[in-house]
Design a protein around this ligand. Structure first.
Ligand code: NDP
Length: 276
């Protein structure tokens, strides 16, 4: 029997990553023979770690904070969505070199449209945050033909820059956090505020009785942003666990050519997280 193909996630910190468990389960359910580990790579250590990984037979990587830009630079070839986002969260060793992809946007869209059945076409969307995750999801969001995507960020300049970068993809503008003062159909929190149990300083008028609120962050209970949105009367909320599973499945499919059953894995993960 041949040795399993080797995969990993590079990040810093990376100890909390759910990727090893997810990919092990995907492999089990699809009959793929792989290993997958979490490798802590310090901020200035990406190039050396990548060289070591490839020299020891590595076939593919997930990339998380703070290495998505270094992975973008390291790729020999980029998918159009990674090129547009300017960030890479998946590397795959292929015949023509190292392919860089960004599966964050596809993962979010699959969770919103397929799992949660939230329509995007013709809707008014507020995207809160202008960091790496926002860059990854903005192109696919605009591709779903919403009425508008407004990016609101603590540092308004980053929101404006992002809007300019994606201006040819559809109606998009960038403003300050408190600049959004009317009601949206969908509010997506793509800031890292929930990781420190904080809520971005948003105007409550963005929330109406029909507003759906989504947080890219996830945890055992509702995130701070989702608690805030619920308290202000939004229609429904969802965290980013579904996106996590779906973006991982996109990477797995790129590497192995087979799509894992994400609905089953998401249910298993939610059940496991609900257990004390
Ligand atoms: P970055 O560090 O690149 O960006 C952070 C963003 O959050 C910036 O826009 C920053 O604003 C903003 N921010 C941070 N703290 C606050 C605060 N207290 N109030 C308001 N804004 C704040 O992070 P990422 O974009 O990589 O990640 C963002 C989130 O998305 C994280 O929670 C991450 O876990 C999650 N994520 C989830 C995924 C999933 O699969 N579910 C996939 C990828 C990311 P400023 O520009 O002003 O500093």
């Amino acid at each position: 029997m041949s040795a399993p193909d080797r995969y990993a996630v590079f990040g810093h910190p990376v100890g909390h990553s759910r990727s090893p468990g997810l990919h092990a389960r995907f492999a089990e359910l699809t009959g793929q023979l792989i290993t997958y580990e979490a490798i802590d790579v310090p901020p200035d250590g990406f190039a050396a770690a990548l060289e070591r990984f490839l020299a020891t037979g590595g076939k593919g990587l997930n990339i998380t904070v703070p290495h998505k830009l270094a992975a973008f630079d390291a790729a020999d070839v980029l998918t159009p969505r990674a090129q547009h986002a300017g960030a890479v969260n998946t590397l795959a060793l292929q015949a023509h070199g190292l392919l860089g992809d960004n599966t964050d946007g596809a993962g979010l869209l699959r969770d919103l449209q397929h799992n949660l059945e939230i329509p995007l076409a013709g809707r008014r969307i507020l995207l809160v945050g202008a960091g790496g995750a926002a860059r990854g999801v903005l192109g696919p969001l605009l591709g779903a033909e919403p009425a508008v995507v407004v990016i609101a960020n603590r540092s308004p300049r980053r929101a404006e820059e992002l809007a300019t970068r994606f201006a040819s993809d559809g109606p998009v503008s960038g403003i300050a956090l408190d600049g959004a003062q009317d009601t949206f159909d969908l509010v997506i929190n793509a800031t890292s505020a929930s990781l420190s149990d904080e809520v971005p300083a948003l105007d409550t008028r963005i929330i109406g009785a029909r507003t759906f609120c989504y947080d890219l962050a996830y945890g055992t209970g509702l995130t701070a942003f989702l608690r805030w949105a619920s308290a202000h009367g939004c229609a429904a909320v969802a965290d980013g666990l579904g996106m996590l599973v779906e973006q991982a499945a996109e990477s797995f499919e790129l590497w192995r050519g087979v799509r894992p059953p994400t609905a089953q894995v998401l249910t298993e993960l939610r059940d496991a997280m609900a257990r004390p």
